[in-house]
Design a protein around this ligand. Structure first.
Ligand SMILES: NC(=O)c1ccc[n+]([C@@H]2O[C@H](COP(=O)([O-])OP(=O)(O)OC[C@H]3O[C@@H](n4cnc5c(N)ncnc54)[C@H](O)[C@@H]3O)[C@@H](O)[C@H]2O)c1
Length: 419
């Protein structure tokens, strides 16, 4: 075990690439540096004293970040951002030329799937190919994006096998919104195409993390996908339990608490609720695609999780009949509680199904901004049916009119006593 789990004091620092004299202006450039993964990573690397450049093509976000503002919710990041802008450790760039002026290049670009649920690997490889003219063999290249298995090998080929690239794969495992805290706490998975790449990547991440876990590169690619698929499957299990309980007229949340109380083996059974966002489904499908569409439990999880909005609508119809012209409100449009990211949120799918059934649907959110949204107070006063899409903490203090029908998988709302 000792050779794979490295406490910080046992990292091989013989190369010590970060402190070696060099003509490079930056220690690190992060490509996709203003994204949900790139930005917090850049901020914390600058906080520990590295010279960091954030390279991104989104000029609106660039302007915000240069002014010390975060473009999305990331708890604890803003004061550090201001500090590292002020001390000059963090810079923002939009010109790819900056890539050549860093010792290490970390790639945090998106890796989406297409409409047939297959990874868009060609697009990702082409992006990296575009950066090739700015890359050199003396730089450490770290892939931080979540990738389809064997993508790192493809990247190496794309860059050209005539050169000896120092390529490492170190997947990001933070939970969105809490990256700044977790980057200092989570063990970092580090793998390299060569020993030198692996050692240098371990040196870099040991600046942040108390523990670096060295794995073969293929293992690292699977670790990331397995982690997200596992989480997605856990949500599917609890969501299916919820649907079974509902059909059996049993309060699932009550059942879940009784079932798990003092029973450690079930301690990590999550609550039922929408399992959405830009990563869990996407990465489960990347794995399914890699497994020749034979990852049956992954596909089953997708059917359950993606089917939950339809289930909720069908249940409403059973009890309340035709939804035509019914005023229905969705509380929470982000994909997760207390953040503002609406990417792949199932609240929108729910809204679409309700509208297709003729309902008059209103949306609200505490963090995501949209001129079409109304306030939560307006929504609860206006709507006869209120559905919690995501349990933002602020909803726990909302008082719901007694005659409203409530669908609240998390049990976050309370009803007025009618006085
Ligand atoms: N969001 C998460 O919590 C999370 C967690 C772990 C892993 N991941 C993985 O990390 C990767 C990035 O995800 P994300 O959520 O940060 O995506 P994101 O969309 O928030 O960030 C990507 C950034 O890349 C920028 N970009 C796109 N093309 C560019 C180009 N040609 N040059 C420079 N910048 C460019 C975009 O403007 C954007 O700021 C994905 O592979 C994702 O699966 C995400």
């Amino acid at each position: 075990m000792d050779d794979i789990i490295k406490e910080n004091n046992s990292i091989n620092l013989s190369n010590n690439f970060l402190s070696k004299p060099s003509n490079k202006k930056f220690d690190v450039v992060i490509i996709g540096g203003l994204g949900h993964v790139g930005l917090p990573l850049g901020i914390v690397l600058a906080k520990v004293g590295l010279k960091v450049s954030l390279l991104d093509k989104d000029l609106k976000k660039a302007l915000m970040v240069m002014n010390g503002e975060l473009p999305f919710v990331e708890y604890g990041a803003e004061p550090i951002l201001k500090e590292v802008l002020e001390n000059g450790n963090l810079k923002v760039h939009s010109n790819d030329e900056v890539i050549s002026s860093a010792k290490a290049v970390i790639i945090c670009l998106g890796t989406p799937i297409d409409e047939f649920l297959n990874p868009k690997t060609r697009e990702f490889l082409n992006l990296i190919k575009n950066f090739k003219s700015y890359l050199s063999e003396d730089q450490l290249i770290i892939i931080r994006s979540t990738v389809y298995p064997n993508t790192c090998e493809q990247i190496y080929r794309t860059l050209g096998e005539d050169k000896k690239w120092k390529l490492a794969y170190c997947p990001e495992r933070i939970v969105q919104g809490y990256a700044v805290k977790e980057l200092f706490e989570l063990p970092q998975i580090v793998s390299g195409m060569t020993q030198e790449a692996q050692d240098e990547a371990a040196e870099l991440f040991s600046k942040l993390s108390p523990k670096v876990i060295i794995t073969p590169l293929k293992e690292a690619e699977l670790i990331k996908l397995f982690s997200n698929a596992w989480r997605y499957i856990q949500f599917a299990v609890t969501n299916q339990f919820y649907m079974i309980s509902k059909r059996f007229d049993v309060d699932y949340d009550h059942l879940r608490i009784s079932m798990t109380e003092g029973y450690g083996r079930l301690a990590n059974l999550p609550r039922a609720g929408f399992a959405a966002g830009p990563c869990l489904l996407k990465d489960t499908m990347q794995l399914a695609s890699f497994d020749y569409s034979n990852f049956q439990i992954g596909h089953a999880a997708m059917r359950i999780n993606e089917g939950l909005p339809n289930f909720l609508v069908e249940e409403l119809k059973k009890v309340h009949g035709d939804l035509h012209k019914k005023k229905i409100g969705i509380l929470g449009m982000a994909f997760k509680a207390d953040i503002d990211d609406i990417r792949d949120s199932l609240s929108y799918k729910l809204g679409k199904i309700l509208r297709f059934n003729g309902a008059d649907v209103s949306y609200t959110d505490e963090f995501a901004k949209n001129p079409d949204f109304i306030t939560k107070e307006e929504l609860v006063n206006k709507c006869e049916i209120i559905i919690v899409g995501v349990p933002h903490s602020a909803y726990s203090s909302l008082t719901i009119p007694k005659n409203a029908v409530v669908v609240d998988l998390w049990g976050i709302l309370k009803k007025s006593d009618g006085n």
